[in-house]
Design a protein around this ligand. Structure first.
Ligand code: SF4
Length: 122
């Protein structure tokens, strides 16, 4: 079982190679972004602030843009798959989720799979 298959939600197909395949990524809103140097997917240090208001504000624009993206679910699943390695560094807004939110999703799925395996053996 590959990490991609392990993490993929049932209604999203993440192909082998994931984000290394440029075909679907070209559809991303972030790919056609032209308002540089602003980069809403990599906000400033307020994104990691312990102040929830500052943190939410830092991620707001990226989250809004991801919500309007035609490949949000695919992007999220692809990133979850690529981030499944223990040493992978989660960075930036992906699929409308912050690094912390993606880590929580991955952990939730890991626990769910663990419970399912345990239930299957009892
Ligand atoms: S969901 Fe967000 S990060 Fe992913 S391709 Fe779309 S705009 Fe980019």
């Amino acid at each position: 079982m590959t990490p991609a298959r392990f993490h993929a939600a049932p209604d999203v197909v993440v192909r082998e190679g994931g984000s290394d395949r440029p075909d679907w990524r070209r559809e991303g809103v972030c790919v056609t972004w032209t308002a540089w140097p602003a980069d809403p997917w990599y906000p400033d240090e307020n994104a990691t602030s312990t102040d929830p208001v500052k943190r939410a504000a830092a991620w707001a624009k990226g989250r809004e843009l991801c919500a309007s993206c035609p490949i949000t679910k695919l992007c999220l699943e692809d990133n979850l798959a690529h981030e499944s390695g223990a040493t992978y560094y989660r960075h930036g807004m992906r699929g409308g989720k912050t690094p912390l939110e993606r880590a929580r999703i991955a952990e939730s799925r890991r626990r769910k799979a663990q419970r399912a395996r345990k239930a299957a053996t009892t």
